[in-house]
Design a protein around this ligand. Structure first.
Ligand code: NAD
Ligand code: IPM
Ligand code: MN
Length: 415
């Protein structure tokens, strides 16, 4: 017997032992090694096939488990995330799935105790999860650049979450602050570049604290970075009925980065001849978002412009409390992160009145990303609740609590 046959037999014996202990995963792992070393051995091959078949049978009857890292964070973050998890747990069984939640107590309270927003290796910790669900980060008594650069922003960059996808849809039953806008008339998807641009965090201080002090903050626009977000926007627009993409620029004043952006837009647009395009300067765009919001379908913008536009798009469809968001790595090499567009809302923290629907709709985006059709039942429940006399928080003119809205959505899904 050759050395490799001996080794193969040894692996097979270990596999058989694992099988006797009903550890199918270990058995498959060991027997696979024996097949690899001795591919002509029919006994090894047939045993492996049998084990794999059994594994598939078990997989199809067992709920699929998704490991989700939860960073509830600051302010209203924990209040809305609690309800988002309630709804996720009600919806997941519809896709024969379950979420295993791992809560990380990172944020500004952690900072007060440890002098940093999260442990030094927090990005490595997050890397192994299927997705990340985040509430909000930011506290009135700590500078925002410390809290955000210490927790949220590095996640977007490290996990190459280049697409920040932010839908804005005017639900029937919700009033826009703009006049005469019927439900469904505003329906746009903002694709915000999420890893570079004005958020590259390159720069420094000179003569800090002295009368001559100066600061340099550099924007970084790369062809790769611009093209991938613009292409993602066009690919999505091609699946939507209106087939339109608007690019947001400022190349009249910013003659390098924004010029590269425009060139990338023109190049990618040429690959999609059936899609209607327009290019708007950011100042004009904010005006048009108010004057003709219904004309926008897919909108693609740089990091900062996308940030600003999505608070505006959130409010024209009724509330910051309805705006969901996904920070997505389209290559799926890293976990994507889902979070409401809004922040920690210190003005309403602890009052129990934060609208949890933005966080709940972010869970629906997370389910879509994970391939769970239970996302549709979350969307339907939110739509039904908003169109009915059901519970609504004060931002939508109601007087219900965060928890009542979360319960309303969860029980609608369960029934
Ligand atoms: P914000 O989004 O927290 O609040 C803006 C306004 O919208 C406030 O009046 C608030 O009460 C209201 N609002 C927000 N979410 C709501 C909800 N779910 N229901 C009802 N009303 C809601 O923006 P801000 O005040 O500019 O920022 C507060 C803090 O949050 C700052 O520290 C900021 O840096 C941080 N921030 C964090 C994130 C994030 O973690 N993703 C996003 C934005 C702002
Ligand atoms: C958002 C937020 C963040 C951003 C802040 C908190 C850094 O405003 O997600 O919209 O600007 O990206
Ligand atoms: Mn923002």
């Amino acid at each position: 017997m050759s050395d490799s046959s001996k080794l193969a037999a040894d692996y097979f014996r270990r596999g058989a032992e694992a099988l006797a202990k009903q550890d199918l995963t270990a058995a498959i792992e060991a027997i696979r090694k024996s097949v690899k070393l001795d591919p002509t051995n029919l006994l090894f091959l047939q045993t492996l096939r049998g084990c794999e078949k059994r594994q598939r049978e078990l997989d199809s009857t067992m709920p699929k488990t998704f490991r989700i890292a939860v960073i509830a964070g600051d302010g209203i973050g924990p209040e809305v995330i609690r309800e988002a998890i309630r709804v996720a747990d009600a919806a997941a069984p519809k896709s024969d799935a379950r979420c295993e939640w791992t809560h990380f107590p990172w944020g500004t309270d952690y900072y007060f105790q440890n002098g940093r927003m999260a442990p030094a290796d927090y990005l490595d910790t997050l890397a192994g999860f299927d997705a990340i669900l985040l509430g909000a980060v930011g506290h009135p008594s700590v500078q925002d650049h410390v809290t955000l650069n210490g927790l949220l922003l590095p996640i977007r960059r490290r996990f190459d979450q280049c697409v920040c996808l932010r839908p804005a849809y005017l639900y029937p039953g919700v009033d826009s602050p703009l006049r005469n806008k019927p439900g469904g008339s505003i329906d746009m998807l903002v694709f915000r570049e999420n890893t570079e641009g004005e958020y590259a965090n390159i720069g420094g201080f000179l003569y800090r604290g002295m009368p001559e002090e100066s600061a340099i903050q550099t924007s970084v626009f790369t062809r790769k970075g611009c093209e991938r977000i613009i292409r993602a926007a066009f690919e999505k627009a091609a699946t939507r009925p209106r087939q339109r993409v608007a690019s947001i620029t400022k190349s009249n004043a910013q003659g390098y980065g924004m010029v590269l952006w425009d060139e990338c837009f023109a190049r990618v647009a040429a690959e999609f001849p059936n899609i209607a395009t327009e290019s708007l300067l950011i100042d004009r765009a904010v005006m048009e978002f108010v004057r003709r919001p219904e004309s926008f379908d897919v909108v693609v913008a740089s990091n900062l412009f996308g940030d600003i536009l999505t608070d505006l798009s959130a409010i024209i469809v009724g509330s910051m409390g309805l705006a969901a968001s996904g920070n997505i790595d389209p290559t799926r090499r890293h976990p994507s992160m889902f979070e409401p567009v809004h922040g920690s809302a210190p003005d309403i923290t602890g009052k129990g009145i934060a609208n949890p629907l933005a966080a709940i709709l972010s869970v629906a985006m997370m389910f879509e990303h994970l391939g769970l059709d239970a996302a549709a039942s979350i969307h339907q429940a939110v739509k039904d609740l908003l169109a009915s006399t059901g519970p609504k928080t004060p931002d939508l003119g109601g007087n219900s609590t965060t928890e009542q809205v979360g319960n309303g959505v969860a029980s609608h899904i369960a029934n």
